[in-house]
Structure formats: C-alpha cells, structure tokens
Design a protein around this ligand. Sequence first.
Ligand SMILES: Cc1ncc(COP(=O)(O)O)c(C=O)c1O
Length: 387
Amino acid sequence: MDLNDERFWAFVRDQFPLSRDRAYFNTGGLGASPYPVIEAVKATMDELEQICEVGRTEQLWAGIKGDAGTLLGCDAGELAFVRNTTEGINIVAYGLPWKEGDEVILTTHEHVGNALPWVALAQSQGIVLRLFEASTASAEENLDRIRKLTGKRTRLISIPHVVTTTGLLLPVREVSAFARSRGIWSFIDGAQTAGMMPFNLHEIGCDAYATSGHKWLLGPKETGLLYVRKDMIPTITPRFVGGHSGTVDWPKGTMTLVSTAERYEYGTVSTPLRVGLGAAIRFIQRIGIETVWARDRALADHLAGELRKIPGVRVLSPENPSLRSAMTTFEHERIPQLKLQEYLNTLNLRTRNVTEGGLAALRISTHIYNTFEEVQRVVDGVRSAQS
Ligand SMILES: Cc1ncc(COP(=O)(O)O)c(C=O)c1O
C-alpha cells in the first residue's frame, strides 16, 4: 500500500461517524470509534438483550485476548480486561507486596492516572516517590536519570511508554532490562501507545503494562487491557476478586485463583464492550499497525515542522525522530494556552490543554482519521491567532 495515497486515507476516514465540521485532535484523550466497532457493540447488545444473557464465554474471551496478544506481543493468558489504563495501574499498585520505605520512580510529567495511585500508596503504606524530569533530547539521558535515582530501597520503576505531556517516547525496553538487572519491578503506563505504534511486550520485557482501548485503539469507551508477565502473576495479588478470578473451597474457606491474568477480572461485565474492543483491534490490524504508525507520525512530523516556523511558537515535543510519537505539544510565547485553545475551538479545531508537569501548552494528537488538510488548519489557526 502506498502510504501517500490520500484516496486510501479518505476511505479510512469514511469508516468513522466522527463529525467533519470539527477537526478532532484529542485521540490521546479519547479515540473516535469506527462503524465496525460501533456495529459490533450494537449487534452484540441486540443479540444478548433478546435472550438476556451475559454472553461471556471462554472461547470469546480467549479469541479477543488472542487478537490483543498478537497486536501487543504477549500471550492471551497474560492479559486481563480492565475498564481503563487507570484501573490497570491501580491493580498493579495495590497488588504488589510493599514495605514501608520502598521507593517508586516516576517522571515529573505523569498523567494523574499514573500519579494518584502512587501518591495514595505513599500516604497509606509509606512508600516513597522519587521523580525525574524526562529529557526530550536523549533516551540515554533518561536511562541515566533513572539510574541515578535508583538505590537500595528502589522497588519499582513506573514510567509511561509515551509521556502524556510532550508525546516523548521513553526507552522502556532499556529501562525494563536495567530494572530487572537490579531486581526492581518495572511497570509501564501504556495509555498512549496501543493502536498508535507497534511494540512487543515480551521484547520490552517489563513486568506489567496497562493500556486503554478507548484511545488510539479506537475501541468502545471504558475498555482497557492489563498485561502481567506470566511469572509476575503470582507476585501481583488481585485486591478485588469474585466470579472468574478463581474458585472458593468451602467449608475450608480457601480460594484458588486462576493461573492466568484473568484473576484480575471479577463479576459481571459488559460483553458488548469487549466484543467492540476485539473489533477495534481487528480494525487497526486490517490497516496494519506499522501503516497506522507511519501515517500518524507523518501527520505529526508535518505539523511539528510547520509549527516550528511560526514566530513565537515553541514545540515542546522532541525534535529527535526516534523520541517522537503522534502527539505534538507546543506553546505560544505571547498567547496563553487557554486563550489559544479557545480561539482554535472557534475554528472547530479540538486540541488538548496540557498542564501536567507545570506546562501551559496545547497538545495535538494525529491519528488515522486526521488529514494533512486538517493539520494545515491548525497551522493556519495558530499563525492567525492574536495575542
Ligand atoms: C499517560 C497516561 N496514563 C494514564 C491515562 C489514563 O487513561 P484512562 O483514562 O484510560 O485510565 C492517560 C490518559 O490520557 C495517559 O495519557
């Protein structure tokens, strides 16, 4: 397929009910679902409501997780369905065996979803948070900053794969290898990666990884996946358990958890949403995750290049192509970001305000439903903004 064939991308765009009046650039917040996903959710709901059944079968779960595992590079049994990345992070945070004084390394630019669970643990269990500011210049520098923060009490490194503020890609493979060499756990917040870029969890080598179905994967809202490496499953104890986590043995009152990551699932859940997530994964796979990544990046690179030419604009996302993702963040030295965002809103351009890490910037996510024409509208909009 020719990546530059705009007819193909116009065809892809036609698969989405997403309004054409407003150019949508907040996939990092929430992804728009295509018709096949919406139809899968509706059809499953229609079918199940006729018979009033939950519709969960082992075969169905295994099929969806199998497809997810193929995309993410892990075994189906290492995946649990969760509601969102945040739930996955909480499962890991509350499942690891902590001792007071254990240290956790984070960046200063965490999304609240990878900040609050650790802050809460610091308050309730006395763990200590050690923060480093991620460099947008060099992967080696980031590894170095993590190494320098590591000491005898370091128990976990919990970092984003793609930093929510600047779209910076962190060297998660090297960090996981370093953590392992020191006997430290590694957890990766992958909210911004699945469906945006190709990666392989077994190759990354982290202990656990959480991602969202409702961002770049374009799945139904309130879907996510938690990966726990097979040999880490016994170490991360599920705090919430129930139907599907395992079995209970009466009258002894003991429990046997299932051996897979399904132990982190419990109770009745929405089958239509999970079927929709499966449809989303297949939709992305039909285009090809490598193709998606190349397209998303081409749009982002073009945008960053054009924004850099505008006087007063500073692009905060990395310049180094190997550190960039499909999120481009910028600030305007004369126009406060909320004012600029409001102005861009009047031009029907949906951006995301970035305040994490003390930034005052705007973030543009570029995904497969965006076009170069829309990107140009952002560039023109920023250029025409008045202070
Ligand atoms: C890096 C990061 N982590 C976690 C989250 C939270 O994701 P969710 O709302 O799916 O829990 C986000 C959402 O934007 C994010 O960017």
